[in-house]
Design a protein around this ligand. Structure first.
Ligand SMILES: [Zn+2]
Length: 276
């Protein structure tokens, strides 16, 4: 059963993809690293950690380091026409996911950065490359990236008697295959089988702002365009149902594709950082 009772009642505001999603992305990346990149990652993280085990560290420290909270997303309005360059306008003081990926990449690219700094930069990088592929981390509808858009949801088959209250953002973070919840390592293998060599070539290019704009476009064209404008706060939520096929329909494919892309692009960055 995908939806446990009350599971989505208190979604964390920043948990893009949740633990399983971030780990899955990290495993896909790990499987596509060159030997040189694998070695560099091992040297930076030490023998007891790998990309998957550090992939949600950035979410875990938000409460202790509140200044890092804006680094996980950026808010570009989906109801206005936006160009790729408008991302820079919403990323003031580098406090957004796009500039943070660039910053962490820069720290890792500096040969003489202290190991402690490199370790932190790598832990952030693994996480933020995941976040930038969650469409609702790159878009806004005056609803805090979907956190203030509440719906009733009757389960994937639409047959569940008791509706669960979901907010769009938290719901999206958890739109993963039920089997993924059991084992992100196995889920990553399953996704990898669907990645063609053509996909890899197409995805492993560009820069973080391109990937962010792609996520924004998905949010605008495939997620928000079917939903009412603006916030749907809890007091209004009685009136709104999320479509029954929300999970089984086209969102399922989008989620898988975004996880796959994030994994391939994380590997692409790390392979570029640590050449043979
Ligand atoms: Zn995050």
């Amino acid at each position: 059963m995908l939806l446990g009772a009350g599971f989505y009642a208190f979604p964390l505001p920043l948990g893009a993809w949740g633990r399983v999603g971030h780990q899955t992305i990290a495993y896909i990346a790990q499987d596509h690293l060159t030997p040189a990149a694998q070695k560099a990652v091992r040297e930076i993280l030490g023998p007891d950690q790998d990309l998957a085990s550090v992939s949600i560290w950035a979410d875990a420290i938000v409460r202790m380091r509140p200044e890092t909270a804006p680094w996980h997303f950026f808010n570009l309005n989906v109801r206005q026409s936006q160009g790729e360059y408008d991302i820079a306008d919403v990323c003031r003081n580098h406090d957004c996911v796009v500039d943070q990926i660039e910053k962490d990449y820069g720290v890792l690219a500096q040969r003489f950065s202290p190991l402690r700094e490199k370790r932190e930069a790598l832990k952030f990088l693994v996480h933020f490359v995941g976040d930038v592929h969650q469409p609702l981390h790159c878009a806004d509808d005056n609803d805090r990236g979907g956190n203030e858009k509440w719906f009733r949801y009757h389960g994937p088959s639409g047959r569940s008697w008791h509706a669960t209250w979901v907010n769009l953002h938290g719901f999206w973070d958890n739109l993963l295959e039920p089997k993924a919840k059991e084992n992100s390592r196995r889920f990553a293998y399953w996704l990898e089988k669907k990645i063609s060599s053509e996909d890899k070539k197409t995805w492993a290019q560009g820069k973080p702002s391109d990937w962010a704009y792609e996520s924004f476009s998905i949010a605008r064209d495939d997620i928000y365009n079917e939903l009412p404008d603006g916030p749907l706060l809890e007091k209004n939520r009685w009136g709104q149902d999320l479509p029954e096929d929300y999970y089984s329909g086209k969102m399922r494919g989008i989620v898988d594709r975004q996880l796959e892309k994030a994994g391939i692009r994380l590997a692409y960055l790390l392979n570029n950082l640590f050449p043979q």
